[in-house]
Design a protein. Structure first.
Length: 192
């Protein structure tokens, strides 16, 4: 009996999250009402309020799930791999989950999630990139790489994945690596 109840909870939450993603293609979460969310999901409002206080709390849960799933997915990638295969795997993950990422990584919306998402993902690459510079400087370089990569990925999504994941990973890798190498070469004498 408890298993059946648990399945109902999962189904209700899944329907609400799918409904949220659909509606967020049309308008920001702040303008979405519980009523329209529930009507779109085919669920009554009392069920919604069993789990969430408002559409924003539903979005927060969805974002956390996406972050956890991405970390779990990327945790399965061999950490001894080069950066390029890692990026290809990451971009394939985005493409395979395009409905969610088309919404959550849309430019000018949900910037705190986007930044956290990219930082979490690129944290896996942090160990592979040895900058040999003071931590306060390396933060700027990593932020440049993170936000630049995010912008490129957003454009790729807007262009409906018109470039293969392998080519996109190569582009991101080359742009990021060029920025890091230029910094290293410019500051060889001043960095200890």
């Amino acid at each position: 009996m408890a298993e059946k109840s648990n399945q109902r909870v999962k189904l209700s939450k899944m329907l609400l999250k799918n409904s949220l993603i659909e509606i967020m293609h049309e308008k920001p979460v702040e303008k979405i009402t519980v009523k329209e969310l529930c009507e779109n999901a085919g669920i009554n409002r009392s069920t919604f309020y069993l789990y969430y206080t408002d559409p924003v709390s539903l979005l927060v849960e969805l974002e956390n799930e996406v972050l956890d799933n991405a970390k779990e997915f990327l945790g399965k990638v061999d950490s001894n791999q080069d950066t390029l295969p890692y990026l290809i795997t990451f971009l394939d993950y985005i493409k395979d989950n395009s409905m969610i990422f088309n919404t959550l990584l849309r430019p000018q919306e949900n910037l705190s999630f986007q930044t956290k998402f990219m930082k979490d993902i690129l944290a896996h690459l942090n160990a592979a990139v040895m900058l040999n510079c003071p931590p306060d400087i390396s933060e700027y370089i990593y932020n440049f790489v993170i936000m630049g990569s995010l912008s490129v990925i957003q454009h790729w999504i807007q262009c409906e994945y018109n470039i293969k994941s392998k080519e996109m990973a190569s582009l991101i890798y080359q742009l990021s690596n060029t920025a890091i190498m230029n910094y290293r070469n410019t500051n060889k004498g001043s960095v200890k």
